[in-house]
Design a protein around this ligand. Structure first.
Ligand SMILES: Cc1cc2nc3c(=O)[nH]c(=O)nc-3n(C[C@H](O)[C@H](O)[C@H](O)COP(=O)(O)O)c2cc1C
Length: 347
């Protein structure tokens, strides 16, 4: 494995930072359509781990965005391949392999990662696998994953059908991996948009966090300004889950278009009936072209915590400093609870 940590300021005390060669244990999730190269570079430049998304891009466009990221940062960054989103993964895998000297890691989601894990590991890349249950996490670790990302049901985009929340999923995966003797970093994803939430994930036993929706609301993200504006205005009830009638869970912003989908889904439509609505094209229309009432936009449950469009580097640094402050505040609780426990002993 190449040593990605040289000169990056990576924290050797953090398993995830050491594995990826990063300063802060903050990963940008793969972002279909909107996970562009300059966003990934800005996140990596600030000490996090940016990722170029492949969903919603042709293999050529995917390669171009990797080129953009590589031209803007010398720090480690990666790519995301959502396996079942591509009709044929072969050309995307080839793009990754051709660019292996520029990449530190690849994240695999939405499908069986087992056949691809050795391909990328043999190419010298770290492999991160998205999981949404303990069983998936154990299988991914057994198959050789270097990082297990636990994605809860709060997350924007496609989620696992078990609908486990981040709060419940992360500690169960941490415990299961420990009991199985697997020394692999665990990353919490889903619903994290503040440093307090990041701190909570670390307290749950995660080695770091993966963030999606918050990074859409940044200056470098190629999402249309109208989409970003909706994220700022969105409150706690702004997201809904579509595609449940097909056994899939996709969290998106509520709008007239998704209301039509939900109406249709009440009648248990066939996939042929539903397909015209859930096609990726409708994601592009809203997220990239800005016709926000004519398509759907992925977003997670913590949209209500997003207040401004900022440079992505500021987002990374703020998450880290807010998390540090939150963990310091939590010390007061440690002292208080310890005090109560001491009192109880003498009762
Ligand atoms: C706009 C958007 C697009 C996404 N596209 C992908 C994708 O292509 N591949 C993937 O693995 N995850 C995708 N996700 C999930 C994210 O990588 C990440 O795990 C998730 O957003 C974390 O939850 P949060 O949105 O609450 O931060 C997407 C999420 C969003 C918000």
């Amino acid at each position: 494995m190449p040593d990605f940590s040289a000169g990056t300021g990576a924290d050797p005390g953090c398993r995830l930072c050491a594995c990826l060669g990063i300063r802060y244990p903050i990963i940008e999730g793969g972002l279909a359509y909107v996970g562009n190269g300059s966003l990934a570079a800005a996140i990596s430049e600030a000490g996090g781990f940016g990722q170029v998304g492949s969903a919603g891009r042709s293999p050529e466009q995917f390669a171009e965005e990797i080129e953009v990221a590589a031209s803007r940062t010398a720090r480690p960054f990666g790519v995301n391949i959502p396996i079942s989103e591509h009709r044929d993964n072969t050309p995307y895998v080839e793009v990754v392999l051709q660019n292996r000297h520029r990449l530190a890691a690849v994240s695999l989601s939405a499908g069986n990662p087992r056949p691809l894990i050795p391909v990328f590991r043999e190419a010298g890349l770290r492999v991160m696998v998205l999981t949404s249950t303990v069983r998936q996490a154990l299988k991914a670790a057994e198959a050789g994953a270097d990082v297990i990302i636990c994605e809860g049901f709060e997350a924007g985009g496609h989620n696992g059908p078990a609908e486990l929340t981040t709060l419940a999923l992360v500690p169960q995966v941490v415990r299961a991996l420990r009991e199985a003797g697997r020394d692999v970093p665990v990353v919490a994803a889903g619903g994290i948009a503040t440093g307090e939430q990041m701190a909570a994930a670390l307290v749950l036993g995660a080695d770091g966090v993966q963030v999606g929706t918050l990074f859409v609301a940044t200056e470098e993200c190629q999402a249309h300004p109208a989409y970003k504006e909706l994220l700022l205005r969105a409150g706690d009830e702004a997201t809904v889950v579509i595609e449940r009638s097909q056994g899939r869970v996709t969290r998106v912003l509520r709008n007239a278009f998704t209301e039509r989908i939900l109406e249709l889904e009440k009648r248990q439509p066939s996939i042929e009936e539903l397909l015209p609505y859930i096609l990726g094209h409708n994601n592009r229309v809203a997220a990239i072209e800005g016709r926000v009432e004519e398509g759907y936009m992925n977003a997670g449950q913590s949209t209500g915590l997003i207040r401004e469009i900022r440079p992505a580097g500021d987002v990374v640094r703020t998450l880290a400093s807010e998390a540090a402050a939150a963990l310091n505040r939590a010390r007061e609780w440690a002292v208080r609870l310890q005090g109560r426990a001491e009192e109880a002993k003498t009762d």
